[in-house]
Design a protein around this ligand. Structure first.
Ligand code: ZN
Length: 144
């Protein structure tokens, strides 16, 4: 009977981050494959769906730790809310009903996200951590 080469990894973490193709959140955060549910959206925002996903991760899979990671040079930082709204309207002919706030400062965005999650009664934030990943030098900075 063969044994697995490595011990099974415990799923204990959820990650909320940006959809940016330059970031590999599992590798950057030092997680093992299979250790985390990873939720991504444009800008890594705490949306209603992000809260739904984090909540269900905790309730269905008993994850406890939540890591929020934003990054430098986000595409969501290159225009204003009006600019993004105009871009979507020009490209689709439809005005978005969702928030299109730009990510001006990733550190501020992480602090705002941590605050939003702490306000939610659907998410256990006892083990909540925030980080900013620098896409230029590869550094990861904790944000409190
Ligand atoms: Zn981004």
């Amino acid at each position: 009977m063969s044994q697995p080469a490595t011990p099974p990894v415990e799923l204990d973490t959820s990650v909320l981050t940006c959809m940016d193709h330059r970031i590999d959140p599992v590798a950057i955060l030092g997680l093992a494959e299979g250790q985390a549910h990873v939720f991504r959206n444009a800008g890594g925002y705490v949306t209603e769906d992000a809260i739904r996903s984090l909540c269900l991760s905790q309730q269905l899979a008993d994850t406890e730790r939540i890591l929020v990671m934003h990054h430098t040079n986000c595409k969501a930082s290159e225009d204003t809310a009006e600019g993004y709204r105009a871009l979507v309207e020009a490209g689709t002919g439809t005005s978005p009903t969702w928030d299109v706030q730009p990510v001006i400062d990733p550190y501020e965005r992480v602090r705002a996200a941590l605050g939003q999650l702490r306000q939610s009664t659907l998410v256990n934030t006892a083990r909540l951590e925030g980080y900013v990943y620098d896409v230029d030098d590869g550094s990861l900075t904790p944000v409190s």
